[in-house]
Design a binder for this molecule. Structure first.
Ligand code: TLP
Length: 345
């Protein structure tokens, strides 16, 4: 059976252009800084983000781990939203590697405000662990791919900086945020100190993420990457696909976003299915409580009929993501399959 795979935008296969670029990539030993393709990818990523430097890392998790570590000291607190990826899906790397605690804020749409953050900054004194970093996730995965308004990012950064606090953006899908806002990525990430973004998500590369920031922080990050086992030697083979992802990926994100809206409308029209929020980007959550199935049961039924979607946290929620390996015809088939499972067939 060929599955319609809507579990994540990480499941895309490399395009023909990526495979060609990988086969032809010029490589060297990146631990010596001698891989020309990695160097090019890092320069290109830094330029796109308007930062001094960038670091190619195998995963978004390593990117965030490094981003957090270069900005903090052991024993500090990191303020983030309650469903942040860094807290819930990164095996507590923040505690394990950076020695920091999270102080979480609940925001229904995943988007923090300076007002909410300000209230959680710890007073200096003999009892409280000092706040070391503010972390914002853009787009916010578990809130449904929601996007930070530019003014909110600017205010959070300006006010944090006044207090000497850096800001890290988990921009795993920051290209989706930029597309939704209709501005270049540099505009979105300008005020933050460090940003991680993933080549392997909506942009379609088989692997790889970037961390971007000042030269000083990225030099520090390079050593941390080696510590974490991320010194990948002839990584140009992967970086070559990353360069194609940067070149070709952003232009087609609008299509993913339109497909997510199409799916939201289609799902909303199915009895007993409740779409959580109108998608702003390529992520969509829906609730199946009224069908009588749990999220896992519903996901299992879909799988039997050839559609892959993950159950999400909460008893009866599912998540779907749109990406370039699924076309309109397949989305229509997926909707029909959801309809028949929801009807108890
Ligand atoms: N997200 C994955 C899963 O881990 C949930 C997905 O399928 O969405 N930040 C954000 C916001 C992410 O969504 C992810 C991956 C990461 C970081 C980590 O990236 P990787 O998987 O490359 O370590």
């Amino acid at each position: 059976m060929t599955f319609i795979d809507l579990r994540s935008d990480t499941v895309t296969k490399p395009t023909a252009a990526m495979r060609r670029a990988m086969a032809e990539a010029e490589v060297g030993d990146d631990v010596y800084g001698e891989d020309p393709t990695v160097n090019l990818l890092e320069q290109r990523s830094a330029a796109i983000c308007g930062k001094e430097a960038a670091l190619f890392v195998p995963t978004g998790t390593m990117g965030n781990t490094i981003g957090i570590k270069v900005n903090t000291e052991h024993g500090q607190e990191v303020i983030c939203e309650s469903r942040a990826h860094i807290l819930n899906y990164e095996l507590s790397m923040m505690a394990w590697f950076a020695g920091c605690l999270t102080r979480t804020i609940i925001a229904e749409d995943g988007i923090l405000s300076w007002k909410k953050i300000h209230a959680e900054i710890r007073p200096l004194g003999p009892h409280a662990a000092p706040t070391g970093l503010i972390e914002i996730e853009n787009t916010h995965n578990m809130a449904g791919g929601t996007v930070y308004p530019l003014d909110t990012i600017r205010e959070i950064c300006e006010e944090s900086h006044k207090l000497g606090l850096p800001v890290h953006m988990d921009g795993a899908r920051v290209f989706n945020a930029a597309e939704a806002l209709g501005v270049p990525v540099a505009e979105v990430v300008k005020p933050v100190d460090t940003v991680t973004f993933c080549l392997s998500k909506a942009l379609g590369a088989p692997a790889g993420s970037m961390v971007c920031g000042s030269r000083v922080l990225m030099d520090k990050g390079r050593l941390l990457r080696k510590r974490l086992g991320g010194g990948m030697r002839q990584a140009g083979v992967l970086a070559a696909a990353g360069l194609v992802a940067l070149e070709d990926g952003p232009a087609r994100l609008a299509e993913d976003h339109a497909n997510a809206k199409f799916m939201a409308e289609g799902l909303d029209a199915i009895p007993r299915i409740r779409v959580e929020r109108e998608p702003q980007t390529n992520i969509l959550f829906f609730d199946v409580t009224e069908t009588g199935y749990s999220g896992n049961e519903f996901s299992g039924k879909l799988k039997e009929r050839g559609v892959l979607m993950n159950a999400a946290s909460g008893p009866s929620r599912l998540r779907l993501l749109t990406h370039f390996d699924v076309d309109r015809g397949a989305f229509l088939r997926a909707l029909e399959i959801v309809r028949s499972v929801a009807a108890g067939n």
